[in-house]
Design a protein around this ligand. Structure first.
Ligand SMILES: *[C@@H]1O[C@H](CO)[C@@H](O)[C@H](O)[C@H]1NC(C)=O
Ligand SMILES: *[C@@H]1O[C@H](CO)[C@@H](O)[C@H](O)[C@H]1NC(C)=O
Ligand SMILES: *[C@@H]1O[C@H](CO)[C@@H](O)[C@H](O)[C@H]1NC(C)=O
Ligand SMILES: *[C@@H]1O[C@H](CO)[C@@H](O)[C@H](O)[C@H]1NC(C)=O
Ligand SMILES: *[C@@H]1O[C@H](CO)[C@@H](O)[C@H](O)[C@H]1NC(C)=O
Ligand SMILES: *[C@@H]1O[C@H](CO)[C@@H](O)[C@H](O)[C@H]1NC(C)=O
Length: 366
């Protein structure tokens, strides 16, 4: 009798252990468990989640109809809902959005900070025509402020701070404005100084120095994003005009961006070789854009919202009736549905060309 009870208890225990083990595994597979201690974000309006709200600049989006599909309404995100980085945070298992540097306070910063700023670029002068913006160099300075606070929170212990940071993911997605709000704008002299090839090299070199600084500050896991096909965005399409010259103009701009992408990818290869404690991955944004059947099915030659000539939405202006059918929310920035496609494939590559040498889900485990 006694031994029978014991047997029953043992079985119950075994079944319980099996079930709970399975549950844990499924939980992890769904990405609910936070996979890295923190996520830091460097970039432009594609990632900005509020850093420009209090800057004097035209590059702002903290008004309707931005945020129309975001739970909190307009936040400074340049889209109808979530950004690509919001989705990446979700896939990494974070239960909250990564706060903008402008408002991030207290222990929250231990889980990461978003430094991205609309109109900002790799180069200091990029976007200056729109007003103030936080260039990549300034984003790095802001990151150093965060690091001092984190170090203090971790007991001013140098080694445990370094260990902590080494497990975090650093997303770097910047460079579009160095073309759109610099090289291809007549308001900047850069195109009279550099050929597209020379300009790509100059940008690659400067970003390479900036990434090296991040590495020196303790970053080890880098997800570096290539530029999308910036020639295809509605504001560029309409500036290029229709007809054969229009498509030649679009192609010229896309080719210039691709020179930057190819250089960036080979720098990622070099970084993995030279900075042996770090892991660097390159996300092929252009490739993801070209090979997504969903994106191909969307309206992509016009914006969803009514726009100014700057490409941004008119405050309280009209919007398209179904935002899931449009690739661009305003004339520059992708809709939430497009952001989700880029994030999903950056996190878990669908094709080998999406992420090199591996995707963000592997970077997190690395
Ligand atoms: C950009 O500006 C920062 C100050 O905001 C300065 O430290 C840095 O040297 C500048 N970089 C270049 C390339 O001019
Ligand atoms: C169109 O492009 C061709 C050659 O690329 C050039 O000769 C022509 O002047 C352009 N036309 C316009 C209207 O820009
Ligand atoms: C990596 O090292 C090679 C050879 O030592 C050097 O030529 C190259 O500039 C380095 N690249 C980077 C990104 O540091
Ligand atoms: C990006 O992917 C496409 C295929 O989708 C490929 O043709 C292209 O070479 C890739 N770009 C880079 C920089 O690896
Ligand atoms: C956008 O593309 C659609 C067809 O795909 C076309 O009917 C429409 O005229 C285009 N609009 C503009 C502004 O180019
Ligand atoms: C919006 O478009 C999507 C994709 O075409 C479709 O699945 C959805 O039913 C549409 N929603 C409405 C309210 O029409």
């Amino acid at each position: 009798m006694a031994s029978q009870i014991n047997k029953k208890m043992l079985w119950t225990l075994l079944v319980f252990l099996l079930l709970s083990n399975m549950e844990q595994r499924c939980f992890a597979e769904k990405g609910k468990r936070q996979q890295v201690p923190c996520l830091f974000v460097f970039g432009d309006s594609l990632s900005d989640d509020g850093n420009n709200n209090n800057l004097v600049t035209l590059a702002k989006s903290n008004y309707p109809p931005y945020g129309i599909d975001f739970p909190k309404g307009p936040t400074g995100r340049f889209t109808n809902g979530r950004t690509m980085v919001d989705f990446i945070a979700k896939f990494l298992g974070f239960d909250h959005y990564i706060p903008p540097f402008a408002t991030a306070r207290g222990r929250k910063i231990l889980k990461g900070v978003n430094y991205a700023s609309g109109a900002a670029g790799i180069r200091n002068e990029t976007g200056q025509n729109d007003g103030d913006r936080i260039s990549m160099d300034r984003q790095l300075k802001n990151h150093q402020i965060t690091l001092l606070e984190i170090k203090q929170m971790l007991g001013n212990h140098k080694k445990s701070t370094a260990e902590y940071l080494s497990k975090c993911v650093y997303v770097v997605a910047i460079g579009s404005n160095d073309y759109l709000n610099n090289y291809f704008s007549t308001q900047y002299p850069t195109s009279t100084i550099y050929t597209p090839q020379q300009y790509a090299v100059a940008l690659n070199d400067q970003l390479s120095q900036q990434l090296t600084s991040l590495y020196k500050y303790g970053a080890r896991k880098f997800a570096v994003f290539g530029l999308g096909a910036i020639g295809n965005i509605p504001i560029v399409r309409s500036a290029c005009g229709s007809g054969t010259n229009g498509s030649a103009c679009i192609e010229y701009i896309n080719n210039a961006a691709e020179l930057f992408n190819v250089g960036l990818k080979s720098q990622v290869v070099a970084f993995n070789y030279n900075l042996t404690c770090g892991s660097f991955i390159f996300i092929n944004s252009t490739g993801i854009g070209l090979t997504s059947p969903l994106l191909a099915s969307l309206v992509s030659n016009v914006s969803c919202c009514e726009t100014f000539t700057t490409g941004l939405c008119v405050p309280f202006g009209s919007t398209c009736s179904n935002r899931s059918q449009y690739a661009f929310y305003d004339s520059v920035h992708p809709t939430q549905i497009v952001a989700s496609v880029y994030a999903r494939r950056a996190y878990k590559a669908q094709y080998p060309s999406d992420a090199y040498p591996f995707d963000i889900s592997h970077l997190a485990q690395h």
